[in-house]
Design a protein around this ligand. Structure first.
Ligand SMILES: NC(=O)C1=CN([C@@H]2O[C@H](COP(=O)(O)OP(=O)(O)OC[C@H]3O[C@@H](n4cnc5c(N)ncnc54)[C@H](OP(=O)(O)O)[C@@H]3O)[C@@H](O)[C@H]2O)C=CC1
Ligand SMILES: O=C(O)[C@@H]1CCC=N1
Length: 267
């Protein structure tokens, strides 16, 4: 791995760094800028040095921007002059390549817009990557290797697809946990205690997702295989259809996409 500096050492940076270390990368190759004592404590426990300011005697070939979108302008204005010709990878939702170049003052920067997700914490992430045209093969390999260390990678050819990936797989774990909360509530309504309900639900999601990922059947076919004629699943799904659950989820994805575009437009 090249020398890599993360700006922002919160949840996502921690997940990605954890993936890199699990692959055997050297902790000394990686540094983090984050003023938060909590982030520093967690990263130090992994052997990663964390500082409030740009680290001395460390010239990163790769800089990963992992602060909240609302902090990005301030952070790039503070550190832009130090970026030199580093490869800049941003994981922030709705922050465009144009904004990164403008705020950092690095108008020709090589930029990767990336959208990972929190299952990266357990090595099962999905990261979308968009490369500006001045990224060469080595840049592409470097960025892809970083995100493959914590899951799977999908490369897209146009920048707006990153907002769409944000709406599906970036925010997606939030939707899945929402569904899990609802099914657990259903389990408790049927008399299970919280711990039993959580086990029933989490093992069902894990099993179904593993089955789907290993099967050549479509999601529809897998659903049909669970749904016996006149049986219980049919009854359950009919009630969900009557409450327009599926439509709500499609509309949710569209709302997330709209919000990513709004963030990009500074709202
Ligand atoms: N969470 C998610 O599911 C996903 C998030 N993302 C994107 O990842 C980015 C980070 O999100 P996430 O890790 O969840 O957020 P976190 O809040 O966990 O991490 C951001 C970190 O940046 C720190 N920070 C604040 N100001 C500065 C600064 N000036 N310089 C350096 N560090 C600073 C924060 O400290 P403090 O807490 O003290 O403010 C915090 O530790 C966001 O842009 C988000 O859009 C992308 C995909 C999925
Ligand atoms: O909700 C958010 O804005 C971030 C981006 C994708 C997941 N979390």
């Amino acid at each position: 791995m090249n020398h890599t500096l993360f700006i922002g050492g919160g949840n996502m940076a921690f997940a990605i760094i954890g993936g890199l270390l699990a692959q055997g990368e050297d902790a000394a190759q990686c540094r983090v800028i984050d003023p938060s004592p909590e982030a520093s404590r967690k990263l130090n426990a992994l052997g990663i040095e964390c500082s409030a300011d740009w680290p001395e005697n460390f010239a990163p070939e790769v800089v990963v921007l992992a602060v909240k979108p609302q902090m990005m302008k301030e952070v790039l204005q503070a550190h832009g002059a130090n970026l030199g010709d580093s490869l800049i990878i941003s994981i922030a939702a709705g922050v465009s390549v144009a904004q990164i170049r403008q705020w950092s003052g690095q108008v020709d920067a090589k930029v990767v817009r990336c959208m990972p997700n929190t299952p990266a914490l357990v090595g099962e992430g999905l990261s979308g990557l968009y490369f500006t045209t001045n990224c060469d093969g080595e840049d592409r390999e470097e960025a892809t290797a970083i995100f493959e260390s914590c899951g799977k990678v999908v490369v897209v050819d146009d920048e707006s697809s990153i907002n769409a990936i944000t709406a599906i797989s970036g925010s997606g774990p939030g939707y899945v946990f929402y569904l899990m909360e609802a099914l657990a509530e259903g389990a408790r309504a049927l008399g299970f205690d919280e711990s039993q309900a959580n086990l029933l639900v989490s093992q069902t999601f894990l099993g179904a997702a593993t089955l789907a990922s290993q099967s050549s059947d479509s999601f529809s076919t897998l659903r049909e295989k669970v749904t016996s004629t006149g049986g219980t699943t049919f009854a359950g799904l009919e009630a969900m259809r009557a409450h327009a659950v599926s439509l709500g989820i499609v509309e949710g994805a569209k709302a997330a996409m709209a919000r990513a575009e709004e963030l990009q437009n500074g709202a």
